[in-house]
Design a protein around this ligand. Structure first.
Ligand code: ZN
Length: 185
């Protein structure tokens, strides 16, 4: 396992649509190594999610997890999602803070559907089909966007809430921010 460098905004890898992981590469040692590296890189950077394009690999694959302290609910166990399809459930958009490991030090309010159905594969090629809600739904949508060359800044309705982390902590804590949100992804 190795920590890989995370590419930052301006690197074309972050704006290119990712390719599906071919069936022949599922369950391969190479894919397992990529997944392990993504997990290690996410943890080393203190993030709650990381998509393959963020380490310069143009494949449809992301990982995420959140501890009790990071998740307003009860923590999110590690998930590996390959070749995902998302289907938002009907519901009013919810605004919450997001950050991104590829856009270091910035936070902004992003509207997202509160609930999404996630279909895809795990790293071994077994099918996934589940519903993500709340903070998990937000993480999944943020990571899914990375597979399409989209970053959270593109999803902001306006940029007035955009803040550096220190200023966000100092000035934005009274704006109804739920505990644990705003972790970079
Ligand atoms: Zn991100």
């Amino acid at each position: 396992m190795a920590v890989r460098p995370i590419v930052r905004l301006g690197n074309p890898a972050l704006r290119a649509p990712a390719e599906p992981v071919p069936a022949a590469r599922l369950a391969s040692a190479e894919l397992r190594e990529l997944v392990d590296d993504l997990v290690e890189s996410m943890r080393a950077a203190g993030g709650v999610g990381l998509a393959a394009p963020q380490v310069g690999v143009g494949l449809q694959l992301f990982v995420y997890e959140a501890t009790d302290a990071e998740d307003p609910d009860s923590g999110i166990p590690l998930r590996v999602v390959v070749n995902p399809m998302l289907e938002p459930h009907p519901g009013e958009l919810v605004y919450d803070w997001e950050g991104c490991l590829s856009i270091p030090d910035l936070r902004g309010l992003v509207p997202r559907p509160p609930e999404v159905r996630v279909r895809g594969l795990d790293a071994a090629g077994a099918p996934l089909d589940y519903v993500a809600r709340g903070f998990e739904a937000r993480i999944v949508q943020h990571e899914f966007d990375h597979l399409n060359g989209v970053v959270f800044l593109d999803r902001m309705r306006d940029l007035h809430s955009l803040s550096f982390y220190a200023e966000w902590e100092r000035f934005m804590t009274d704006t109804g921010r739920p505990p644990g949100s705003g972790r970079p992804e």
